[in-house]
Design a protein around this ligand. Sequence first.
Ligand code: AOF
Ligand code: ZN
Length: 343
Amino acid sequence: MSADEQQAADAATMRRALELAVRGPARGVNPRVGCVILSPDGETLAEGWHRGAGTAHAEVDALAKLEPGAARGATAVVTLEPCNHIGHTGPCAVALIEAGIGRVVFAVADPGEHSSGGAERLRAAGVEVTAGVFADEVEAMLDDWLFAARNHRPHVTVKWASSLDGRAAAADGTSQWITGAEARADVHRRRSAADAIAVGTGTVLADDPSLTARAPGGEFFDAQPVPVVFGRRETPADAAITRHPHAPLFFEGTDLRADLAELARRGIRSLFIEGGPTLASAFVAAGFVDELLVYLAPALLGGPRLALGDLGVPTIDDALRFDFAVIERLGDDVLLVARPRPT
Ligand code: AOF
Ligand code: ZN
């Protein structure tokens, strides 16, 4: 086979491994991983995929379908670099070496501190290793897991709804509803796509939010974000969040980096910050914001109740700069999606 033919064959098998990977759960601590084992003449011997934390890794799942010795000299095509650590299972790199695999093709390197290094280990054992095959597609499939693993924190979206003059509530604190039904429906759809949704203790006390994701008719979406509460104030034992389908997580919020790392360890890949202004400001000021979601209503409220409080910006040169990624009309309102400007 020429080098070009080999590349095309590897990509075709990786496409199949990707199909297998997405049979696994889209959420949770572990990534979705697929594996195809090919005989030296390119025939598929076994397929495997990972079914979530605590279960066999994709490589082991595939190898388990073969008779002993059947993988000798075979090629393993895996969407993720085979792991090099002893977790719920032994290192896949070692399982592949012991099975006599002659060549390993993978798409994306494992960013895990403990699990990375599989490629080196395989090479050291004389296995031919090809990395980066079909990498863009696998990166896209694993984007939130890779983000959390590489950054040791979930992807953070800060959301607020405000009047045209940037006020998030009227003088008496009422804020339901600044925006209309279409904007609210959009918020619920996006909540449902997030792994977790956070508020400050002040918001629990003031608004008693349910933090569920619901369709306009009130039905719950299948996927519900885990409710997270930041802050040091005591919240009522009968707060609405205690009736959420997931048990709420509580953090004091004195070390956001550590709290976010803990959320990532628990498999939270994306976090939606819903307010209030104290919590949102803390995340923005600390630089832990990947996306702002601003629902702007064509109304004026005036007064002191802003969407954000102090950000530690003493002068205009220190403004935190973003770029608009999306500008969309939602009924009478406008949705602005902004991302931090790369520095
Ligand atoms: C692989 N193949 O199918 C998966 C891998 O707790 P454990 O033992 O399940 O290990 C989880 C880590 O292993 C996970 O964070 C990721 O780095 C890697 N996942 N690796 O070789 C697989 N699911
Ligand atoms: Zn593994």
